[in-house]
Design a protein around this ligand. Structure first.
Ligand code: NAD
Ligand code: DAU
Length: 344
């Protein structure tokens, strides 16, 4: 492993991995390949942009010629694929891009990885492929898939293609499946960055349904280190869950962040639920621990760091919350908030 193509490296988790890997592995070349969709942001990579072992190329993983071009240009021997459309609500409104990037794009990357006989292909996936997890069960890596949103189904499709390239072509693949990730540089459409930035401006917070859904919150640096552990120590053909081991009801997380911000709970507005909304995600991550990963951050510490980061980096998110973002916000929330008696 010496020339690693990190696809989607300008996004939230990908950029955390790149910032980490550029420092930890000065002898590797880290080549970020990213389409720079609405969610990609080169500011996320500014902390490493002057490093000699960091390179950036703009491109689409679903563009076969461009993928082959970047692999040949840099002599890529390893791919770590973070590139994806990632927001469940957008997959309900506009699913096409999810199929292109999360299924077709993964297929194009696998074809290239097989063609150039890559040393390793790590695919970053999600706990959402297991679906809604009832009772007190924790999903294990070989459990059947039951994805419920177009996003989750597209990610499951990608995972199955990765499996097929290992079985059929003997490609050295590893899959990671992370839980709900939060931290600095997260695009403010996901629950935590949306609610932190809206609450700073005393705006209403649209809580779907009764707010009693359960998510397993994982700090972004712990996620990046989990990917690193699987990349270096994972067994070919295997998948590894990366869990926060911190199951919380949405409403409790929201109350905690309001308290950290010193904002009133009257900002909370219960709105009509997300269609097909999974009630609970929960994963067992003993398999990843067994190959050397250990969570570094407690939830409380990580949430405090995250809230502080958004308070101290308003210029990063205020620039995003303009133009297309506002169009999306209206489309996603105007009717929901109106049903709760709030007009935008
Ligand atoms: P993100 O939306 O912040 O970033 C995605 C990045 O991929 C962006 O930089 C975007 O420009 C790029 N991209 C999208 N389509 C592309 C394409 N066709 N070609 C090249 N680049 C493209 O996403 P994230 O939250 O950082 O998620 C990264 C990965 O982790 C995804 O695969 C996601 O499914 C997975 N994941 C996310 C979470 C989470 O809670 N955010 C949890 C588990 C797994
Ligand atoms: O579980 C891993 C997944 O976590 C990743 O694969 C996805 O890429 C990532 O987007 C995330 O999916 P979720 O749908 O769980 O995350 P989101 O931040 O959209 O929502 C978290 C919970 O909060 C969920 O139960 C829906 C709820 N929610 C979300 C938003 C945006 C609200 O109640 N109101 C909101 O406005």
């Amino acid at each position: 492993m010496k020339n690693i193509l990190v696809t989607g490296g300008a996004g939230f988790i990908g950029s955390a991995f790149v910032r980490y890997a550029v420092e930890k592995y000065p002898h590797y070349h880290i080549i970020v390949y990213d389409k720079l969709t609405y969610a990609g942001n080169l500011e996320n990579l500014l902390p490493v942009s002057q490093r000699a072992n960091y390179h950036f190329v703009q491109g689409d993983i679903a563009d076969r010629e461009a993928v082959r071009g970047v692999i040949e240009q840099y002599g890529v021997d390893t791919i770590v694929n973070f590139a994806a459309e990632t927001h469940v609500d957008r997959s309900i409104l506009d699913p096409d891009a999810f199929i292109m990037s999360n299924v077709v794009g993964v297929h194009i990357l696998l074809e290239a990885a097989n063609h150039y006989k890559m040393e390793r292909f790590l695919h970053v996936s999600t706990d959402e492929v297991y679906g809604d997890i009832e009772g007190s069960y924790f999903s294990k890596e070989n459990d059947p898939f039951a994805p419920n949103s177009p996003y989750a189904a597209s990610k499951a499709g990608g995972d199955l293609m990765v499996r097929a390239y290992h079985v059929t072509h003997g490609l050295n693949t590893v899959i990671t499946r992370g839980s709900n990730t939060f931290g600095p540089y997260q695009y403010p459409e996901k629950l935590l960055p949306l609610f932190i930035t809206e609450a700073i401006d005393d705006k209403p917070l649209p809580v779907y349904g009764d707010g009693m859904q359960v998510r397993d919150w994982l700090y972004v640096d712990d996620h990046a280190m989990g990917v690193d552990a699987a990349l270096h120590n994972g067994v070919a053909g295997e998948a590894y869950n990366i869990a926060g081991e911190n199951l919380q009801h949405n409403i409790d997380v929201i109350r905690r962040l309001l308290s950290l911000l010193g904002k009133p709970e009257s900002l909370i507005k219960f709105v009509p639920d997300r269609e097909g909304h999974d009630r609970r995600y929960a994963m067992d991550c003993a398999k990843l621990r067994a190959i050397g990963w250990q969570r570094q951050y407690s939830f409380e510490d990580a949430l405090t760091r995250t809230v502080e980061w958004y308070k101290n980096n308003e210029s990063w998110w205020r620039k995003i919350k303009t133009g297309e973002y506002l169009e999306y916000y209206k489309r996603q929330y105007a009717a929901r908030l109106a049903a709760a008696g709030v007009s935008l």
